[in-house]
Design a protein. Structure first.
Length: 416
């Protein structure tokens, strides 16, 4: 073969290799676009986030129920006038400042409880997520000095849950769809949508919702939900597909934001700790355990803080886990190991420092990274347990309702 022929063959092979690489890249891009448009990713993870934050807020509202008026109501030291002036300056949203009457406060507080229950069960998840967000923002922005780090996480996640399709599994909505008994016209959904729409019009016309941003946000959600019903009920196949693609894109983008939020929280917390001298010398974990406010179990705290090696391990371990978690996402096994350690750390904080709601909020946030295989295993175990419980109850009921057969003695035995 001559030199020009060899060169042409080499050029042809290079062209074929470039074309093959381009085809593989196009296929990879196509698969990626298909993954984020054809389906809502992480259905079990988003369900865990929904259940976790709804449970956290529900337990918090119930725990503070006896003190609700002093914390967030008309008897609060952070009075109505002070709260109104503060909200007017920073533009925060809370419906509790629409009126200073006790009846209005009781209505909003118990509506927040009902919304948390509805979101936890996954009943009309779209509407309940909006009402849950309104309840969370209203309570927290009414008395800003009552919050902590866990409240900030709930504050953010309550807004994110509005945009994710968190009722695909483990919800009453999913159960209703799977049963096939869902009414095509969905009359309950129509009534709920109409009531919320009339309420929105009333508060906008009445001047209670003066913020144009919040007015447009709620109006957009209301119109989007109505449009989704029309598409499901009367729309053609193409309109249904396009609407589903848009919903999946919004869901997946919000899910990515939630994951990024988790990484930012842990990453910034870890890097800030590195700069502290107490974290550098390994004694930082000692001091919060000896504050009276964070010391519900003095004997246990004294026992743990009495070991210098244990204090050193807790201090350095906390920094290592928080800094390393972002990088551990590149390896599935490392991520799962650090996830277990972080959940155990939050459980320890809940017990040792008396911060159960902060720990529940952080665990609910961490659950977005739980592996699907583990969540499916938990689902199978729960279903098996429910089946065994149902069978046991059925057997007990059958045993109780079974007729009693009288034993007949032979005639020779009756005469004694």
């Amino acid at each position: 073969m001559t030199v020009p022929a060899q060169r042409s063959a080499t050029a042809a092979e290079a062209d074929d290799e470039r074309q093959g690489l381009g085809a593989r890249f196009d296929a990879w891009i196509g698969r990626g676009i298909g993954n984020v448009t054809r389906r809502a990713l992480g259905p079990y993870q988003t369900a865990m986030v929904r259940i976790g934050f709804a449970t956290t807020m529900l337990l918090f509202l119930l725990r503070e129920w006896p003190n609700r008026r002093e914390l967030y109501g008309p008897d609060s030291p952070w009075g109505f006038d002070l709260a109104t002036r503060f909200v007017d300056n920073n533009g925060a949203f809370t419906v509790l400042l629409w009126s200073d009457s006790t009846l209005w406060f009781e209505f909003v507080y118990h509506l927040a409880i009902a919304a948390a229950v509805g979101l936890l069960l996954g009943w009309r998840t779209r509407a309940m997520s909006v009402l849950f967000m309104i309840g969370v923002l209203s309570v927290q922005n009414r008395s800003i000095f009552m919050g902590d780090g866990g409240d900030n996480v709930i504050h953010l996640m309550a807004m994110y849950l509005v945009l994710v399709r968190c009722g695909q599994v483990w919800s009453l909505d999913a159960r209703r769809r799977a049963s096939g008994r869902e009414h095509p016209a969905d009359p309950v959904g129509i009534v709920l949508w109409a009531v919320l729409g009339l309420t929105l019009v009333g508060v906008v016309v009445g001047g209670k919702l003066a913020s144009p941003v919040w007015s447009l946000f709620f109006a957009g959600l209301w119109l989007a939900h109505g449009f989704w019903w029309l598409v499901r009920r009367h729309g053609g196949g193409e309109a249904r597909i396009v609407s589903d693609i848009i919903a999946n894109l919004v869901h997946n983008a919000t899910l990515l934001v939630i994951m990024a939020e988790v990484c930012i929280i842990y990453g910034t917390a870890g890097w800030y700790k590195i700069q502290g001298t107490r974290w550098q010398d390994g004694t930082a974990a000692y001091y919060p355990m000896h504050l009276d406010y964070f010391n519900p179990w003095p004997e246990l705290t004294e026992f743990l803080s009495g070991s210098g090696l244990l204090v050193l391990a807790m201090s350095y371990g906390t920094v290592f886990v928080q800094v390393a978690f972002v990088f551990a996402l590149l390896n599935r096994r490392a991520k799962n190991v650090l996830l277990v350690i972080m959940i155990a750390e939050h459980l320890g904080i809940a017990v040792l420092m008396g911060l159960p709601f902060f720990s529940l909020a952080m665990i609910a946030m961490d659950s977005v990274f739980l592996p699907t295989v583990f969540l499916l295993w938990v689902e199978r175990r729960v279903r098996a347990l429910r089946a065994r419980t149902r069978d046991r109850r059925r057997d007990e009921t059958a045993a109780v309702e079974a007729p009693v057969v009288e034993e007949r003695r032979p005639e020779w035995a009756r005469d004694g």
